[in-house]
Design a protein around this ligand. Structure first.
Ligand SMILES: [Zn+2]
Length: 137
């Protein structure tokens, strides 16, 4: 008898019981607070196999002789019609002296949930990069 994997709707969400962030129901580890949410080896494997489809990192350093700066970090998500579907302030703060902050933004893509047929080679994470979003015209 084959292992019955629980069918899940792609994109279905729930609230993390620890940090209250809205996360994917299929995750076994909250990407926000990194708490383990349930013991599910398949979900954990799938999450480990997630690949970064987009990752941007940058450093902002305050010039030593200028007045202190205040900053806020905003992330917005738009759909294929250009409509904003999410917008969130994820952090605020101030910089002074020679202080600096590193900002990292990433979009992780989970592999499909469909079980791999017997005999088929398992997908190799990282061997083929996912198609870059937004480049087709
Ligand atoms: Zn959490």
């Amino acid at each position: 008898m084959s292992v019955a994997s629980r069918p899940m709707t792609p994109g279905k969400t729930r609230a993390c019981p620890h940090c209250k962030a809205t996360i994917l129901e299929s995750l076994s580890i909250c990407p926000g607070c990194l708490h383990h949410l349930r013991f599910d080896q398949e979900a954990a494997k799938r999450q480990v196999a997630a690949s970064s489809a987009l990752r941007v990192e940058g450093v902002i350093q305050h010039p030593p002789r200028e007045e202190p700066w205040e900053y806020f970090v905003v992330i917005a998500v738009r759909n294929d019609r250009g409509e904003e579907v999410a917008r969130q302030v994820v952090g605020v703060g101030a910089l002074q002296g020679t202080e600096k902050r590193t900002f990292t933004f990433s979009v992780e893509i989970l592999p499909p949930q469909a079980p791999v047929p017997q005999g088929a080679p398992p997908p190799k994470p990282g061997s083929a990069p996912p198609p870059a979003a937004g480049l087709k015209r």
